[in-house]
Design a protein around this ligand. Structure first.
Ligand code: URP
Ligand code: ZN
Ligand code: ZN
Length: 506
């Protein structure tokens, strides 16, 4: 794996720059058959923020990519986008989503169009979804199924991880061949016994095989055997209310699996990315591993910076809205998540976007959380957030003083691009990068509410949160797809992003 240093951002200095004279057509040529995507655009007067730098600079875009970054740029015939008073940041990259995923006896309620449109309204222009291997199937078949779901619907760019659920010898041997499919990261679940869970032998085999091939292993770290035992005990005791989800998924169940995963990194030497970390004790294990120099990285999700176990532990059914695995934990756990976002123990803030209707019985909806009215164990696990992440992280992270704007870009975009082999095509604003850009007004105040969101789900985890800072224009490969509250994107325009091996270990 490459060190992060070999992938330094290539943003130019604030010296005035002229566009590359060979690379740019004349104004007349500019309006050719390719229309909008080929037009020159000049973002003028804004403050460009990347993970490495903040500078007053204009950004010239052509053919969907950044052609120049610098102060006082001028480009004949370009459409001018006035960014006075705005921040110009790389579009968000959400490295953990589940669109249209069959799960828990139903399917997640956002597909690759509704999820993408919602993501874009929230400032996210790229995501990596989890394709799943079905039992008896190859990994490649799982990837093809998910590519088929996305191709005609996609409105922003996307890529896939593949989850290994049938770890036969053939599956393990297939791992290096996935590089040809543009898929360079694999996930194992240590939870969901009897569904997705794999044992330690399989986990070690995946780590070894992926590590040798320059690929990255990811892990859902909760002890599925312990969850199954606790679930059986709680249900036998008649404990069917929503609050018992927390008991079956206690902090130690997450911490034990996380600590084991860190030890497996030491045994194999292979890099590991631990997804959706919510427990303080789990983060302490990760910190211990990182201090030893082990190639272990951590992702948390935006809900763990907002919710706690008390949001689930309601006497009525409301808490079902927030049921996910691992569940948000105590206020202490949340404080450690904050600390680790601030001190660099955590590299990415994702969503694990996996929405289910609170009331899926209404016409046109897929079954949702109501499936578990008589028992928390039947509630589909997952929460929405793809639209909220970028905005809520700015508000909770930057406005609170926990992180700088540059660190915000790192956590919301650049680090995911580096770790998962998409940098510098994605995750930065630099010459040659895709023009996936958010114009962000740091002074715009709004209140997050399900009434106004675009996600295909009837509640919002951040309902009533008054935020300061909002994406006012969103560009995907140079095309304005969100302009204020207007949707200008289209189904099928999003592209699959093939990824490289040897991403950075941050
Ligand atoms: O509750 C969750 N997290 N649902 C999505 C699947 C997973 O575990 O990532
Ligand atoms: Zn998971
Ligand atoms: Zn997930």
């Amino acid at each position: 794996m490459k060190e992060a240093g070999s992938l330094l951002p290539v943003i130019l200095s604030n010296v005035p720059l002229q566009a590359d004279p060979d690379g740019l057509p004349s104004a007349a040529e500019n309006m050719d058959v390719q229309g909008e995507s080929n037009m020159k655009k000049l973002i003028k007067g804004g403050t460009v923020v990347t993970a490495g730098d903040t500078l007053e600079a204009d950004v010239l875009i052509q053919d969907g990519v950044v052609k120049a970054v610098g102060a006082g740029l001028d480009a004949d015939g370009a459409e001018i986008i006035d960014a006075t008073g705005l921040l110009v940041m790389p579009g968000g990259i959400d490295p953990h989503t589940h669109l249209e995923m069959p799960f828990g006896g139903t399917v997640s309620s956002d597909d690759f169009f509704t999820g993408h449109r919602a993501a874009a309204f929230g400032g996210t222009t790229c995501h990596i979804d989890f394709a799943l291997q079905a039992k008896g199937e190859t990994l490649k078949q799982g990837i093809q199924t998910w590519k088929g779901r996305a191709v005609d619907k996609a409105a922003i760019d996307y890529s896939f991880h593949i989850a290994v659920t049938d770890p036969t010898d053939e599956t393990i041997a297939e791992i290096p061949r996935l590089i040809d499919e543009g898929v360079t990261s694999l996930k194992v679940f240590l939870a969901y016994k009897g569904v997705f869970q794999v044992d330690d032998t399989a986990f070690l085999n995946v780590l070894n095989s992926a590590g040798k091939a320059g690929m990255l292993t990811m892990v859902h770290a909760e002890n599925g055997d312990a969850i199954a035992m606790e679930t059986e005990r709680l249900l036998a005791e008649g404990k069917t209310g929503v609050k018992y989800h927390n008991e079956a998924h206690s902090a130690i169940i997450e911490a034990e699996a996380t600590s084991r995963a860190v030890d497996f990194v030491e045994m194999t030497g292979s890099p590991l990315y631990i997804v959706h970390v919510a427990s303080g004790q789990g983060l302490q294990a990760i910190r211990r591993g990182r201090r030893k120099g082990l190639p272990v990285m951590a992702e948390t999700c935006i809900q763990y910076l907002h919710l706690t176990d008390e949001d689930i532990a309601t006497e009525d059914f409301e808490g079902a809205k927030y049921i996910c695995s691992p569940p948000p934990k105590t206020a202490w756990d949340k404080s450690i998540v904050y600390e680790c976002v601030g001190d660099g123990t955590i590299q990415t803030v994702a969503t694990d976007h996996c929405p289910f209707w609170f009331d899926g019985t209404k016409e046109g909806r897929t079954p949702g959380k109501e499936l578990g009215k008589d028992s928390w164990a039947k509630i589909p696990n997952g929460v929405p957030g793809i639209e909220d992440r970028f905005i809520a992280l700015w508000h909770l992270g930057v406005n609170s003083g926990l992180i700088t704007p540059e660190e915000f870009v790192a956590l919301s975009s650049a680090n995911a691009a580096k770790i998962f082999g998409m940098y510098p095509k994605k995750g930065t604003i630099a010459v040659g990068a895709d023009a996936d850009i958010v114009l962000f007004d740091p002074s715009e105040k709004r209140t997050i509410t399900a009434e106004k969101h675009h996600m295909n789900v009837d509640y919002n985890c951040y309902e009533g949160m008054e935020v300061e800072g909002w994406p006012v224009k969103v560009l995907s490969r140079g095309e304005i797809i969100v302009d204020g509250d207007k949707w200008l994107g289209s189904e099928g325009r999003g592209q699959f992003v093939p990824r490289e091996i040897d991403g950075a270990v941050l």
